[in-house]
Every structure is written in C-alpha cells, then in structure tokens.
Write a protein that binds this ligand. Structure first.
Ligand code: GUN
Length: 284
C-alpha cells in the first residue's frame, strides 16, 4: 500500500516544532516577523494562494499584509512600492505574487527586491547563492519538496532523482538541492524523448511540468517516491501532473493533490520570513 505523504500534516508539524518557537524568541526580542505580499491584478488562483499564505502566517503568529494593485497599474508604481518596502526596517519579507500582467517585467520587479527580504528566493542574488551552495533564502516550493522527502526519511545519497520540468521556480532549483544531497539528477521536460525510459531507474520522481495527468502509473518504476507539484482544475475537479489513480499502485509513497506540495510551499514561505527576520534583526 502506497504511503500518501500529507503536506498538510508535515507543514503543521514544522509550524509547531520549528517555526513557532523561533517566532516566540523573536517576539521576546521585540521583533514581529512581517511579510508583505504584493498582488497585481485579479488572477483568481493568485488570490486563493495569497489567502492561504495569510492564513498560515496568522497561525504562525507573524504579521502579514497584502498590498493590492489594479491589473492596469503602471510598472513604476509597483517598483516604487518595492523600494519603499526595501527601506522599511519593520518588514522582513516581501513577495510579488506571480504571474504579473504582461506590461510588467518580471525580471525588473524581481531585480528590485532586496535579496535579504526575498523570501521567495527568486532574486538573481539568491538564485546565484543557491547555485554556489552558499547560505541563502531557498525558494519555497523546492524547499517544501525537500522537507517532504525528509519527512519520509528519504536519504538521497546515491539515489536517482528524475525531475520533470525545468522552470526557474521549481525544476531548476530542486535539481540543485537534490544534487547537494548527493543524488544523481536527470532533468526531463515536456519535449524529452522517451520519457518512460528516462524514468526507468528513478528512485524519486519530481513532476513539475504543468500538464494535467502528464505521468501515468505505467511509466513509474515499482517502489519509487513521487512528488507531484502540479495543480489543475479539470472539469471542476483538482488534479496534479501525475495520474494519481494509476500511480498509487506503483509507488512506495506519493503526494496527493491537493494537500501535498501546496501547503509545503506556504510553510516554507513563512519559515523563510522568520529566517529573514532573524538575520535582519541580528544585523541591526
Ligand atoms: N506563483 C506561483 N507560485 C508562486 C510562488 O511560489 N511565489 C510567487 N511569488 N508567485 C507564485
């Protein structure tokens, strides 16, 4: 029987054992960890993700605030807000919810965030540090995936990890984190030839390709661990990048959708905000 890895449960455990004690320590020093989320436009999914972030922040006892901009807000207006937040010593974490409207440059926006407050780990400085193996703020979904693997005691040393998807947000950074844990990583994507062959010796499969039910049970080697990063609404029902029904008969463990990676992304964001608050308050 496959183990279903509940991201909801793992996030709750990390909240209690790791995040809350740190928040309490900071509050004793007069520091209230504070996160600002910038939301531009009316993408429904983004609004829902932001609500989940606010909810988890409240549970952790940290302050969070959403600053909303209209779909047509000029790029400079958003940049000005970020510059203001960079200078505000009461704010420790800042994220700009993606996607942004087409007239706003994601690169320009991300480049403007102070790396010490970049709790999404998206700035070139923090991505570079991750690449070099230096201390940084690690982007939230990859960090959440590593915590999920830890939660089922997966020692990646010498293991074969196949990552499907090469995005800046998930595929590329998680491949680096797995290599740091001494895994042998194979990078695949939607145009990889004979994906089934590439998966044949995988111990761990991380699927972040953005296509509903892209991977089926018959492609998955017996006993592997599957992490499904996708979330899609198909005919009113949520599903991932993996066909859960056929996959669950092959795997030793698998994340569900919803309730797998999603809650861990949120948990990692709040943990990053606390880490940023610790580092910034130690500097002052
Ligand atoms: N949109 C989808 N995932 C993310 C994320 O992890 N961070 C931000 N800022 N936007 C996103």
């Amino acid at each position: 029987m496959a183990k279903i890895i509940s991201g909801k449960d793992v996030a709750e455990k990390i909240l209690i054992t790791n995040i809350k004690p740190k928040v309490d320590d900071l509050k004793l020093k007069g520091v209230i960890p504070t996160l600002v989320v910038i939301l531009v436009g009316d993408v429904q999914a983004s609004a829902s993700y932001v609500r989940q972030k606010e909810k988890f922040a409240a549970k952790a006892g940290i302050k969070s605030e959403v600053r909303k901009f209209s779909e047509t807000a000029p790029e400079q207006e958003v940049l000005d807000e970020i510059i203001k937040i960079n200078k505000d010593s009461d704010i420790h974490g800042i994220i700009v919810q993606l996607p942004l409207p087409d007239h706003i440059s994601v690169t320009k926006i991300l480049n403007s965030i102070d790396p010490s407050k970049d709790v999404d780990g998206f700035t070139p400085t923090n991505v570079g540090k991750l690449f070099l193996g230096e201390e940084t703020l690690v982007s939230c979904t990859p960090k959440g995936i590593m915590l999920l693997l830890e939660s089922v005691n997966t020692d990646l040393k010498g293991k074969n990890v196949t990552v499907i998807g090469r995005s800046n947000i998930v595929g590329k950074p998680v491949s680096i984190l797995c290599q740091q844990k001494h895994a042998t990583v194979t990078m695949c994507h939607s145009r990889t030839k004979d994906l089934t062959a590439k998966l044949s010796d995988a111990d761990v499969i991380i699927v972040a390709v953005g296509v509903p039910k892209f991977i089926h049970g018959d492609q998955i080697p017996m006993g592997s661990i599957v992490i499904d990063v996708g979330i899609h609404n198909v005919d009113g029902k949520l599903c991932g990048d993996v066909d859960f029904e056929s996959a669950q008969n092959k795997v030793s463990a698998i994340t569900p959708v919803p309730g797998g990676v999603g809650p861990m992304t949120v948990c990692a964001l709040i943990e990053n905000t606390v880490i940023a608050a610790e580092r910034l308050s130690n500097k002052n």
